[in-house]
Each structure stands twice: as structure tokens, then as C-alpha cells.
Design a binder for this molecule. Sequence first.
Ligand code: ATP
Length: 454
Amino acid sequence: MPAKNVNDVISLCKRRGFIFPGSEIYGGLGGTYDYGPYGVELMKNIRESWWNTMVYQRDDIEGLDAAQLTNRLMWKYSGHEASFSDLLVECKKCKLRMRQDKMADQTKCDTCGSADLTEPRAFHLMMGLSVGATSDGEINAYLRNETATTTYTNFKNILDAVPHKLPFGIAQIGRVFRNEISPRGFVFRMREFEQAELQYFVKPGEEEEQFQEWKAARMRWWIDELGIPAERLRFLPHEKLVFYAAAAEDIEYEFPDGFDEVEGIHSRTDYDLGSHTKSQSEFDIKAKVMDNKDSTMKLSYSDPQTGESFIPFVIETALGTNRTMFAVMCEAYTDEDLGDEKSRVVLKLKPRLAPVKAAVIPLARNVPELVGRAGDLVADLRKLHIGRIEMENSGNIGKNYRRHDEIGTPVCITVDHQTLEDGTVTLRHRDTMAQERMAMKDVPARVLELTANS
Ligand code: ATP
């Protein structure tokens, strides 16, 4: 543990049905990926882990799922329409297009090494759309490029419906779209991806303390909930802050080819609610914001004790679930030497994250009594509602174990001839390969114990 080479993980993703290239049969579409049977499950479990920690375990955070199609004005006032761009440099020799700030050497092409490069020009990352029958093809909407802005614009709706005192937060998980210049690193940089973001609203003056608390809380999630060892995670403060920010740091994970960003924690002052609020002049907005004559809602907070209305400050935590899943897979990927020139690949995921919780394997597929007993056990395990339970009816137990090791199934249960005599089965543990013989009726409780909270 962990993977030594990202290519091993990428090839496992395709071979075992986690992730496929988007639009593959038509030659693909850069920066898009489709999630297969086990990718869907792993993503769902990562999302649930985040939601559980951020929403269910607290009293001060509400959930939201906003539309991905958004009014153009949202991005005018957020500042993205004017400035959400990267500097693009093209190699005149091999025509490669590169993001200037990600080039290995800004004087040379990353691929062919030529110094014959175009001047950098701004490349817009927002995906504009023409929505509705009367639009005549002009851009009147955007696919959102982050969940955050759609959370700010719902601040008042949520506060009116579910009253809260500051500090409180709104959590959102959803798809976002960025026209990245050079999608790369498999699902590391995509054009369509999913974010899990929290916007936490605080009283001005409390932002530094809250920023530190959120940094610690988010790091704890990576370690305790995803099972990543602390030594492969670190904080990296941003070198340059955007003009309105008070602080910003990334959490970085050590991928096989080095540390890279997996999550950002940002202290954003009153820029966001201040930009989108109606009647800006009524408030003492600290950040420099664009004059807004279009907004129809005041995004302020009234202090119940003093009666004072003001624009709260924001602490944001932002991660991409696709990139998170990739980090989790790199960490879990283990190429294990079993001696005698034998080896196995095993995905040592935390059982709670595993795509399949348990597989039931009848030792022979052509013995109806065995298949019948296995089917009964599958039905009992499914009643636990712990996620996917698979029946493996191929009759090749070695192959079944190999497949389930590679997709990270914590336990496999084999039904054999002895089962018909004494009602016992064999339960095999993924990580140790140890086997225990137990009564079939005790299996559901044991599986629950081994997978639900670990
Ligand atoms: P970068 O500077 O690398 O373009 P960013 O700092 O703009 O990214 P944020 O907007 O803060 O990224 O997004 C928060 C998180 O979303 C990142 O930490 C990352 O996990 C994820 N993310 C951002 N861009 C992408 C992408 N193109 N593909 C997949 N995940 C992404």
C-alpha cells in the first residue's frame, strides 16, 4: 500500500468496471468519464460519508441541491463571467494547447520542447448555453462551474424556511462544468465533475477562528472517514490570494506521482453574499463588489439580540468527489506478494466505502441445493440494507476471490457441501485471507459488524 503507479489504478478502473472514458465508442470527449457498476457504488459511498459528516452529525448545517442550469446574471455578479479564465499558450510546432500556470517550463512546449509558443491569451472556462425557444442562439444561461454560487443565491430561501443563528452552513453536492484547457491525469482534471462544497456563514470577526476549525475538521475527515494516513496528507497555503479572500489553503494528497490538491478551504469575507445582495448600499460591505441592480433579494442576516442587519462572512470547504475517489483508490490499491512467485491485487478500502459489501459463492454452480442455500443467504443479507450484495455463480472460486479482492469486497461467503450437512459456511476476509467457519444463520450479524461502521 498504496499504488506505486497511477496507471495500475487506471487500468483497474477500466478492467473491473469503475470508470470508462466518456463517449468512448465515438472516439471519446476529452475530460469526460462514465462511471460503471463499481464506480457508481464507490462514489455514492464517498458522497454519503461526506454528507453524514457535514450534515447528519451536526445541528448547524442544511442541505441543498440547486439546478445546474443557471441564469447568466448569477455569473456576472459572482465575477466569473468577466474573469473565470486561464491563460492559454499554444505550441506553434506541435499545436499542443497548454495552461500556462501548469506548464513544466513556461518557455517550452510540454510535449515537443519547442520554444516557438504563442503569446498567452485568456481562455474562458464557463460553458455558455442558449436556453429556451426564444433565445435565438445567444448565450443566456451557463452550466454552473461550482456549486458555491448557487448556494449563496439560496441563502435567504433557506434561512427563511429553516431559521438558524450564525454560524450555520449550507452543504451541497452536485455536478459542475468547466471548459478546462487541458484535462489531464484521468479524473484528476475533468470538464464535467462533481463537487461537495460547504458554505459556512459566520459573524465578521469570527472568520479566522472558524477557518482554523474547518481546516482541522476537514483533515480529520480525510484521515478518519476515508482511511488515508496522515503522513500522505498535508496543507498547502495559497501563494496568491484572490482580492477578496482573507485566507486559503489546500489539502494535498500524495498521489503516486507526488502531492497534489484534493480539497480547498477558503475564507472569503463578505464578497459572495455582498455581490449577490439587493440594496448593497444599506450594508457596510467590506469586500469590493460589483454594483448590483438586478438582485431581488437581500442576503443579509438580522442579529436576534441586537436587531442589527449585516452581510455574513463565508468559510468554504470545496472538494471534487471524482478526485477524492481517485485518491482513495490510489491509497487502497495494494499489490501483494504472496510468496512462491504468486501475487494478488487487493483494494484495501474501508468496508464502509466498498462497492460490494459481501459476495456469496456456491462452490459448484450445477448443484441446485447449493445454489438454493446461497440464494437464501443473499436474500437475508440484502435485508440488512447495507448496500450491494452479490451472488457469484460462475463456479470458479479462485477467480471469484480474485475479482472481489480487486474491487475491494470485504467478505466472501462460500456455501459448500458441508453446508448441506451442518448449516455452516466459510467466511473469507479480504485483507488477511483468513477464513472462519460459522453457522449460516449468524452470517448477517457478522457481515453487519464487519462492514457497517468500519
Ligand atoms: P485548479 O486551480 O486546480 O483549477 P481550483 O483551485 O479552481 O482548481 P476549486 O474551484 O477550489 O478548484 O475546486 C475545489 C475542488 O474541486 C478541488 O480541490 C478539486 O478536488 C476539484 N476540482 C477542481 N477542478 C476540477 C476538475 N477540473 N476536475 C476534477 N476535479 C476538480
